[in-house]
Ligand binder design. Structure first.
Ligand code: ATP
Ligand code: MG
Length: 230
């Protein structure tokens, strides 16, 4: 179980804090969803939880243990926005082995099975995969490290409808084994698989009822705005 207690992030170069007294918790086998507009602090929150930046004040706990950024680096697996842009390996196998030459074939097969890519030859070039498959590979790259917490930045951004459904289906499956925290500006597809939800506005995180969000989302799909007449 991950807990954030009054976490604030205020780099000296900024007039106001980027994250303001954030409280949040994510339980095992649950998906937490943070929805916020551009610039609200979503990626910054994930960077802190991945140990890439240290909070200015406040604490992060895993169960009763207080975590340092170094602990968080071990505990978390961060999938960046548009992760396929960061692929470096020339094959799936190379991509998964980057930085982990000791990984056994079994661990690799396990990670690829988890994301539904085990049927592909491991000599396939990452750039030859479809958009949805590339996102799956990016998830496998993190899963292979066996993190406790998966952090995903806009996991469906830039994908077409069917690829987005693929990724949402995969995240629903992954939460059977991991704790997931997902941030997005558009939550319409993710609210159906989320267990807890918050909104983030200018660094302020507020819990929001999932039932309310789902009802609002359904209404907006039923009552499409009228097209203006010519
Ligand atoms: N190291 C930094 N120093 C100064 N300002 C920063 C730093 N990192 C982020 N910011 C600012 O903090 C705010 C939040 O940025 P962040 O990238 O976390 O937003 P976001 O919600 O992920 O936005 P988007 O949806 O566009 O990705 C922005 O105003 C950004 O310019
Ligand atoms: Mg961002």
């Amino acid at each position: 179980m991950l807990y954030l207690r009054d976490l604030t992030y205020h780099p000296p170069a900024c007039h106001t804090p980027i994250l303001k007294s954030v409280n949040l918790q994510v339980a095992p086998q649950q998906l937490g969803l943070v929805i916020g507009p551009s610039g609200s602090g979503k990626s910054t929150l994930l960077e802190i939880l991945a140990g890439l930046a240290a909070p200015t004040t406040g604490k992060v706990f895993w169960r009763e243990q207080e975590l340092t950024p170094m602990h968080l680096e071990q505990l978390s697996g961060l999938v960046f926005q548009f992760p396929e842009r960061h692929f470096c390996g020339s094959t799936i196998l190379e991509e998964l082995r980057l930085g982990h030459p000791e990984l056994t074939r079994d661990r690799i097969t396990e990670a690829l099975t988890e994301v539904g890519l085990a049927h592909l030859p491991s000599s396939t070039a990452p750039h030859a995969l479809s958009g949805g498959q590339q996102r799956r590979l990016a998830l496998a790259v993190q899963l292979i490290r066996q993190p406790h917490l998966l952090l995903l930045d806009e996991p469906t951004a830039g994908l077409d409808w069917s690829m987005r459904q693929q990724v949402v289906g995969l995240l629903a499956k992954l939460k059977n084994h991991w704790s997931l925290l997902v941030v997005s500006h558009d939550a319409s597809e993710l609210i159906n698989i989320a267990d807890h939800c918050w909104t983030l506005h200018q660094g302020e995180l507020t819990p929001i009822s999932l039932a309310e969000l789902r009802a609002k989302n359904q209404r907006s799909q039923v009552f499409l705005p009228e097209q203006p007449s010519q």
